[in-house]
Design a protein around this ligand. Structure first.
Ligand code: NDP
Ligand code: MG
Length: 383
């Protein structure tokens, strides 16, 4: 029996993780956490009988406590609750399916407590990878990628010598606006940006895919997970999302992982690695697929990707500025406060004003996050 805890169980990755738990009797859920989705959490607690559940707000926790009064489950809240769930002695694996930098502290605490991490929460690795990767090595803890591209790279590295990697080919669908010019993107509405052609995901990452900031975050995520240099990571636009990423070796051989676009495969792979388990669902049919195509990313129409390389080259606290400005800008865009093109503009404006801290501590990362959010809000007020 493998015992798992999930941060962000009510979201897109969280619910798909629970579907996998439902289909595999040797997985057991011991703890779940969410922000404010009390009804969903009540249903999950009744189905999966965790020992502890966490809600972010005190109000949501109080509501849930009343709803679950008939069950032997403890309801916790806030960051204290997330930390308790992340370090629960009974859990072996923590699935980080929470969205945003809020995942930093719980992820670090879980690694310190010796938990394996099934990592979906890329914002945490992007901003604190320089602390997390060495810590995981020191504690002998595995970080198993859930992000489909990183899972594909991880699978393409099976049995290979990582010193023989020539480059990583990180595939991108190109999102809903692939092929559009900057000018055509001026009038984009929230509804348009939320229509991803291949994947059904949470709102934040769907907007990140529409700006290609998601690919920028993934470049940084790949750098930390696989220890490669930035110039070794090449983004390849592949609209059909069948090849989930590739690794080219020094002899020119390229290993790739292919499959239908379905997050359940990488989630399940992370939970059972190095084993593979059967999975229902559609299979790639090469005859009906007919063609798979590739393009170079358009860095002019999608400056969010260009800025990610700049942030990573600057290093230190700059990826935090990139990520925090994006988190804030996406939320402002979703609330109708800014236009689509302003997302990348706000990221660039914050990066232009930032003095890099070379090796930021967790506290410094969180201070830089706050500084960036305040600056971004001020910029928007001035518009
Ligand atoms: P969703 O928005 O669908 O879900 C986010 C989850 O996090 C929800 O359960 C939400 O709870 C919870 N949450 C948010 N804030 C807090 C908080 N302060 N305390 C506790 N829980 C919180 O996101 P996704 O599932 O789409 O994405 C999750 C992460 O995985 C992101 O980092 C994303 O980039 C990454 N990822 C996602 C993919 C996908 O296919 N969706 C693919 C690859 C990576 P509530 O429901 O109460 O709001
Ligand atoms: Mg991805």
């Amino acid at each position: 029996m493998k015992k798992i805890a999930i941060l962000g169980s009510t979201g897109s990755i969280g619910t798909q993780t629970l579907e996998i738990v439902g289909a595999n009797p040797d997985l057991q859920v011991v703890a779940l956490a969410a922000n404010s989705s009390v009804e969903k959490m009540e249903a999950q607690a009744r189905t999966f009988s965790p020992m502890v559940v966490g809600m972010w707000t005190e109000e949501a926790a109080k509501d849930l406590r009343e709803r679950l009064a008939d069950l032997p489950v403890r309801v916790v809240c806030g960051m204290e609750g997330l930390l308790e769930i992340a370090t629960l002695p009974q859990a072996e694996v923590l699935v980080t399916a929470i969205v945003g930098m809020i995942g930093i502290k719980p992820t670090i605490a879980a690694i310190q407590a010796g938990k394996a991490i099934a990592l979906a929460n890329k914002e945490t690795l992007v901003t604190a990878g320089h602390l997390i990767i060495p810590l995981a090595k020191e504690r002998g803890v595995s970080i198993l990628p859930v992000d489909s591209e990183h899972s594909a790279i991880f699978q393409s590295l099976n049995g290979e010598n990582p010193d023989r990697i020539s480059k990583i080919l990180l595939t991108a669908s190109g999102g809903p606006f692939r092929g559009k010019t900057r000018q055509e993107l001026e009038e984009v509405r929230v509804e348009d940006a939320l229509k991803h052609p291949n994947w059904s995901m949470g709102k934040k990452i769907t907007i990140d895919s529409a700006t290609m900031v998601n690919k920028g975050l993934e470049v940084m995520e790949a750098k930390w997970l696989f220890g490669v240099d930035l110039p070794q990571i090449q983004v390849v636009v592949h609209p059909q999302s069948i090849i989930h990423s590739m690794v080219e070796y020094v002899d020119g051989a390229i290993m790739a992982q292919l499959g239908m676009p379905d997050m359940k495969l990488p989630i399940q792979y992370a939970l059972f690695y190095p084993d593979r388990r059967p999975m229902m669902g559609k299979r790639v049919d090469f005859f009906s697929l007919k063609q798979i195509t590739f393009e170079e990313p358009d860095l002019e129409a999608f400056p969010g990707l260009r800025l990610a390389y700049r942030a990573m080259e600057a290093g230190g606290s700059m990826p935090t500025v990139y990520n925090a400005a994006n988190e804030r800008a996406v939320s402002l865009f979703l609330n109708g406060r800014i236009r689509y093109l302003q997302i990348a503009e706000l990221i660039e404006a914050a990066m232009d004003r930032h003095q890099v801290i070379v090796h930021p501590s967790v506290e410094e990362i969180l201070m830089v996050q706050q500084w960036t959010e305040e600056l971004t809000d001020k910029e928007v007020l001035q518009c």
